[in-house]
Structure formats: C-alpha cells, structure tokens
Design a protein around this ligand. Structure first.
Ligand code: CP
Length: 363
C-alpha cells in the first residue's frame, strides 16, 4: 500500500481501497486461511475514549490473524494521568509493537501520533473528525449486502454535525460514481459545510430534509446515527436534540423492499428494537464485516511497512489552527502543518479551513 498510516480513508486510491475491500470479502468467506498472516506481529490499541466494537474488533482481528495485542482503554490507568504527552506515548509504544491503533476524543490526534510513531498508525476515531475503519466496515457491508458501492441514494440521519462516521462515509462514497446523499437532521445538527463542499466537488448531489418520512421512499441505504451526547457543551443542549429521529416499523413501511439500514452502533433510542427483525436491518451483520475489514487492513499495513524513522513534514510557519477542538490546541509542541486542497489550505490535523491564514512574510 502506498500509504504507511491510515488516518483518512481518502488517503488511499480507489484501487487500493477496493483491494482491501476485496481482501476483506475473501477473509469473510475463509477466515481460517488467514490464521497465521500476522504471526509474530504485535499491535497496540491506544483507546483514550470508550469503545466496544472498534476496540474489540481490532483486537479480535489481530488475534484471528495469529498476532498478539497490548494496549489500554483507560488512559487514567496509564502515565497519561501523570501528564504524558501523545508524542511520548506514541514514540514509546511504537518501539514495542508493529502497528498502533488509536482512538482519541480530540480531532487530529491520530495524525499527530503518526508524526512520532516508528510503525503504522490507524485512526480508530478522532473526536468528531473521522472514523476511517468504520467507513471501511460500511463499504465491506454494502459490497456484501447491496452488491455495489455506486449509483446509490444514501440517506444519513441524526447527528450529522458531530458524527465522525458520517463525515468519513460521505467523503468515501462521493468517490464512487453516481451516488447521491439525503441529509436528514435538525438545523443544529446539520452536515458541516466542508463535507457538503467535498461532496459537490466530487460531482455528487445532496439534499437536506428534516424528516425521515419524506426521504424514506427514495433511499437505497439509510444510515442512522445516535445523537452524540459527549460532544455537546451541556446536557441541556443535548436534551433539546435527543429523540427527534426514531426509526420504527411505521417508517420502515415507507422504505423500498431492498432498502439497507445501517448504523455504526452503539444505538441509544434512534432505532426501535422492533426494526431489528426486519430483513432490511443489517447493522449487526455490519459489525462482523468490520472485523474482516480490519483484518485486511492490518495485513496490508504490517506486510508493506515495518519500523521506520517517522517522516518530518515541512511546517507552515506562523499557522495557528482556529478549530478549538484541534489537537494542536492541546499538545503545544506539534508543528503547524497545513494541506493544500482544491478548496484552499486546511489544517493537516483536523481539516479545519485555514482560509484567513497568510504566511508571515506576505502579511
Ligand atoms: N462504531 C463504533 O465506533 O463503535 P464503538 O464506539 O463501540 O467502537
């Protein structure tokens, strides 16, 4: 694989992404054929934020490949509680292992860790920013359940403002021809502009609606998400949004016979339990495809890349990211880094627009 780390799924070419999806499909058919693919390899899972599926599917993926695992899921029980920086933790743990997976509540944390890790880093979710291996899970599921990843009308419902899964999924599905999106949310939890601009720049169309009912008859895929309580400034703000969108049997009756309902899980109250028995509900199958996707990704990254001195990208002198949720606001030693995109310069950690930034010498 051309990339060493998996921070954003769009770092991969479409051919590389499809290659991993193909491999995941092969693994799902014959998992035991891969039972020693990572023998003698060790993975560290650095989970600074709660997780059930991502953490345990990574761990079971590595164990099923014949590898071993170490890690933490409670940073307060590690030297992080004594004030150890992300840089130091990533540097040290990459010396012990062959691959790191990191989940962190702050946007850009996985990218920051990759600057200091001597082994490949996988982003297992960074704040409200991205969740590339959930998207890999979603794509493997679509390939198996729907049979294709293009020419789909994809509805996304719930907390589109804070949901990193829908941000990642939108970016990846925009790359496949003929897909269009229906964003179903309240005004407050609408899809961020930078994602909508990305969709448009790929030549895809989107619309925004306020109810599930008006979108339902047109959808090939409905991607439900929970309202992300932990990303609200207060419980009062959260309670204003909670419970607005609930998929139940009555709404399912408005959907196509071959609709595919997905959810990254965990669910809170946004899908009624009665929907679980509908053959169009595929969210539990989706969790299994996630493990196969992660097995394929671990094989590719560990076989193509070993221990190396981390690359030092050229900094952008004077740049300060204005996103208060960016990792650079927390870990002050991080070099200022930007990326040029068709829409202008963005922070390389969190993708926040750097449009009002000008290099010091031109000011
Ligand atoms: N989908 C997902 O990321 O679930 P967890 O938070 O349980 O890992």
């Amino acid at each position: 694989m051309s990339v060493r780390n998996l921070i954003d799924l769009n770092q991969l070419s479409l051919e590389e992404l499809d290659d991993i999806v193909d491999m995941a499909c092969r693994i799902s058919r014959h998992p035991t054929h891969y039972s020693s693919a990572c023998r003698d390899k060790l993975m560290a899972t650095l989970f600074y934020e709660p997780s059930t599926r991502t953490q345990m599917s990574f761990q079971s993926a590595m164990l099923r490949l014949g590898g071993k695992i170490i890690g933490f899921d409670n940073p307060n029980a590690t030297s992080v509680a004594k004030g150890e920086s992300l840089k130091d933790t990533a540097t040290v743990l990459s010396g012990y292992t062959d691959i790191l997976t990191i989940r962190h509540p702050v946007e850009g944390a996985a990218m920051a860790a990759s600057l200091y890790s001597s082994v490949p880093v996988i982003n297992a979710g960074d704040g409200g920013h991205l969740h590339p291996t959930q998207t890999l899970t979603d794509i493997v599921t679509l390939r198996n359940v729907v049979g294709r990843t293009d020419r789909l009308v994809i509805g996304m419902c719930g907390d589109l403002a804070n949901g990193r899964t829908v941000h990642s999924l939108c970016k990846s599905m925009s790359r496949y021809g003929g897909n269009s999106f229906v964003f179903i949310s309240s005004e407050k939890l609408a899809m961020p502009d930078y994602i909508k601009e990305y969709v448009t720049s790929c030549g895809c169309e989107y619309s925004e609606v306020r109810t599930i009912e008006e979108a339902m008859p047109y959808l090939d895929v409905l991607y439900m998400t929970r309202i992300q309580r932990e990303r609200f400034p207060s419980d009062e703000e959260y309670l204003k949004e909670k419970g607005i969108y609930v998929l139940d049997g009555k709404k399912m009756a408005l959907g196509k016979p071959d609709l595919c309902v997905l959810h990254p899980l965990p669910r809170v109250d946004e899908i009624s339990y009665e929907v679980d028995d509908d053959p169009r509900a595929h969210y539990f199958q989706q969790t299994l495809y996630g493990m196969y996707g992660r097995m394929a990704l671990i094989i590719r990254l560990t076989s193509d890349h070993g221990h190396q001195t981390p690359e030092k990208p050229a900094p952008t002198p004077g740049f300060v990211c204005r996103n208060p949720k960016c990792i650079t606001r927390l870990e002050h030693y991080l070099p200022p880094l930007t990326t040029d995109t068709p829409k202008g310069k963005v922070c390389a950690y969190c993708d926040h627009a750097a449009d009002d930034f000008a290099p010091a010498e031109s000011k």
